[in-house]
Design a protein around this ligand. Structure first.
Ligand code: BT5
Length: 222
């Protein structure tokens, strides 16, 4: 069996492209991406050397996207929260993003986190890259082997989306409603409707005190 590899690159189109050819357990890290990708064919932009840009090759898992979000949020630190599906948020601003791509029995989880600079309106973490990469490795590995109920419970605690009035943008369909819960399969439940792909926009801000408070603990279901 092919051994997992850690590939460090100065520049690459996208770490996702290199990672998809490597065995499970491999990691690709780059200083710079010339064609960094977000979800839904969007771009991920970061000046050279300013961000953690990494792709992890993992076993597929039904709640991989949520598990990766929880692991990445915990690796970043106690103030980092999750906006559905798995934007990393710091004090109401986007700190990082996660792109999960599954093909041929492997999942490639791409994570971009702003460290020393961020686009206007976004946040940055100001932590050394290699130390954060080590934490990410450990936290992703722990959360991708956790039970579904543990992943869902922790995601609910870290979420800044639940309890918010949101606009849901799906291909060909937009509606507004209350983000009520996350379903067992990771879909967001908005006014009773399941949303499993697309974007949500938070419509009304909570008060300033509530915004920086940890989400209340919810008990695990079932
Ligand atoms: C994401 O997409 O948030 C997933 C981003 C994943 C990036 C990593 S980097 C390593 C790996 N290799 C890749 O090629 N990709 C992964 P999405 O939710 O679609 O958000 C994309 C949107 O975020 C863009 O349309 C911009 O509005 C915004 N954006 C772009 N660069 C950003 C940055 N550095 N910080 C904050 N927001 C950014």
């Amino acid at each position: 069996m092919e051994e997992p590899r850690i590939v460090r690159l100065a520049s690459v189109t996208s770490t996702q492209e290199v990672a998809r050819g490597l065995p499970v357990g491999s990691i690709v890290v780059a200083d710079h991406q010339t064609a960094g990708r977000g979800r839904l064919d969007r771009r991920w932009e970061a000046p050279p050397g300013s961000a953690l840009l990494a792709s992890f090759v993992l076993e597929p898992h039904p709640l991989l996207s949520l598990a990766a979000g929880v692991g990445a949020a915990e690796a970043c630190g106690p103030d980092v929260r999750l906006k559905w599906p798995n934007d990393l948020m710091l004090r109401g601003r986007k700190l990082g993003g996660i792109l999960v791509e599954v093909s041929r029995g492997k999942a490639v989880v791409g994570i971009g986190i702003n460290l020393t600079s961020a686009p206007p309106g976004a946040a940055r973490l100001g932590r050394p890259r290699d130390e954060l990469l080590e934490r990410l490795r450990a936290d992703l590995s722990a959360w991708t082997s956790a039970s579904s109920s543990a992943i869902l419970e922790r995601w609910r605690e870290l979420s800044v989306t639940l309890g918010r009035h949101v606009r849901v943008d799906m291909p060909g369909h937009t509606f507004e409603g209350m983000a009520q819960d996350i379903a067992e399969d990771g879909a967001l439940v908005v006014d009773g409707q399941r949303v499993s792909a697309g974007d949500v926009i938070h419509l009304r801000q909570r008060g300033p005190a509530a915004r920086f408070r940890a989400a209340p603990r919810r008990s695990a279901r079932g």
